[in-house]
Design a protein around this ligand. Structure first.
Ligand SMILES: [Zn+2]
Length: 198
């Protein structure tokens, strides 16, 4: 039997997860206590596997289990376009729309002077290298529609445009100050289709 200490440890760990308050932590902990050992083991193993096998794509910094992610390795993708996003979860959000078939580049954050994150802390150098090496005609900037996202977008536009590459930004219609990952697929899909040149 789990001791109270074990249970408290599980509650503490669950409570550290994003979006899980004390009540949810309790609900999950009691569910796992009542679940059979196999279910608990599958969850624990899935967490360990993800930590062991998933790393960053060497080309675009999306999550990958091989050297490159499935999108970079997919020969059916439009390799003349790169969609630039802040985080890997934004790739998932845009993929869900089905409106985009090009490649991605994940910055690993956005420019945020308050958090001391400048262009050097992001994968911008690698993006510029890709623009030199790959046959890219358009860069679509899909950072979140908030202050940091806009700052990052205008920095990228200033840096990339002199290279002769078209730079565009998702159309408005996305909730200002919001997060890409919470936008519904229809809104986000339309924002991609109606992107405007910067
Ligand atoms: Zn990739």
């Amino acid at each position: 039997m789990a001791s109270n200490q074990d249970l408290q440890r599980l509650l503490d760990e669950l409570g550290r997860l994003p979006g899980i308050g004390p009540k949810s932590a309790q609900r999950i902990a009691y569910h796992l206590l009542e679940a059979d050992a196999d279910e608990a083991r599958r969850l624990a193993q899935a967490i360990l596997d993800v930590k062991e096998h998933v790393h960053f794509c060497s080309r675009c910094f999306n999550y990958a289990t091989a050297d490159e992610c499935p999108i970079c390795m997919d020969s059916m993708r439009d390799r003349t376009r790169i969609c630039v996003v802040g985080e890997p979860r934004d790739v998932t959000a845009i993929e869900r729309t089905g409106s985009y078939h090009g490649l991605y580049h994940v910055l690993g954050g956005v420019i945020s002077p308050m958090d001391k994150i400048g262009p050097e802390q992001l994968h911008i150098r690698e993006l510029l290298m890709r623009l030199g090496e790959e046959d890219i005609q358009e860069v679509i900037i899909a950072t979140n529609p908030n202050i940091e996202g806009e700052t990052t977008a205008s920095y990228l536009a200033r840096t990339i445009k002199p290279l002769g590459v078209t730079v565009s930004r998702l159309a408005s219609g996305l909730p200002v100050g919001g997060d890409l990952e919470y936008a519904d697929e229809l809104t986000l899909g339309r924002a991609i289709e109606a992107r405007r040149a910067l």
